[in-house]
Write a protein that binds this ligand. Structure first.
Ligand code: ZN
Length: 258
């Protein structure tokens, strides 16, 4: 027997029987859309530690030159042209079936919303690169406005309200997570019948805690990732196939039969 097929069928069965599926996604779901995994073996930060320094909040706030380089990099981000892939669309299908309780994502690319998931269901624990936020007054506006200013010649565009430093509305290294967002992620993890974790190594806390929390609340834990994850030992099913291949059958098989 093919063990992978057995596990896939088991997981699809749990999803088919579930009323509430909470999905947790990491960088792995977006790599098929051309967005590199910063921390992976071929990631930007792995190959270029200077890039990680640029993503650290203390350096960003202290050094205008780092901000200027950061703005130039933002102009060229793959997120601006990336399209959702089959993995994203499978989660939209889960929502169409009425099973998606919530979608926790570590990604900052908004590909879940662009694929068609209800933005109200998406919990962005690391924020979004599609918006900017002022470090001083917290004014929030579309990234496009800031990028237009950079193209027009402002190398480090200040906040239009207070003149403060602005950055993408993401959680940089050294920056605190948003407590309300994390609380919500924990809550929806404790409320589901199945926790489906996709494309994350589940090694970054507190988000990784969603997995044992769901497990202890009685949920089945399904992990889809090419590499090993920190939570493999508590998974009820562990699927190592490429995400774009495995998610469509996982969700398609769970269509309710009439
Ligand atoms: Zn401001």
């Amino acid at each position: 027997m093919d063990e992978h097929v057995d596990r896939l069928e088991a997981a699809a069965g749990w999803i088919a029987a579930a009323d509430r599926v909470t999905v947790l996604t990491g960088a792995g779901i977006s790599t098929d859309s051309g967005i590199p995994d910063f921390r992976g073996p071929n990631g930007l930060w792995t190959k270029n530690p200077a890039a990680e320094k640029m993503a650290t909040i203390q350096h960003y706030l202290a050094d205008p030159e780092i901000r200027q380089v950061a703005w130039q990099n933002r102009l060229a981000m793959p997120a601006w042209t990336a399209e959702p892939n089959a993995g994203h669309l499978a989660i939209v299908e889960l929502e169409r079936q009425g099973k998606l309780h919530a979608l926790i994502t570590q990604n900052i690319d908004e590909l879940h919303q662009r694929a068609g998931n209800d933005p109200d269901k998406v919990i962005e624990v690391h924020g979004t690169v599609w918006w900017t936020r002022c470090w001083e007054c917290h004014d929030r506006r579309p990234m496009r406005e800031a990028l237009d200013r950079v193209v027009a010649g402002e190398t480090d565009p200040p906040c239009l309200v207070c003149g403060g430093i602005i950055k993408s509305d993401t959680i940089s290294f050294g920056q605190a997570l948003v407590p309300d967002v994390i609380d919500r992620a924990m809550q929806v993890s404790g409320e589901c019948d199945v926790l489906l974790a996709i494309g994350s190594t589940l090694a970054v806390y507190p988000v990784a805690h969603c997995v044992p929390l769901a497990k202890s609340a009685g949920a089945k834990v399904v992990i889809v990732n090419l590499q090993e994850t920190a939570m493999d030992s508590i998974a009820d099913a562990r699927l190592t196939a490429p995400i774009s291949d495995v998610l469509p059958p996982l969700v398609h098989n769970s269509r309710p039969t009439r």
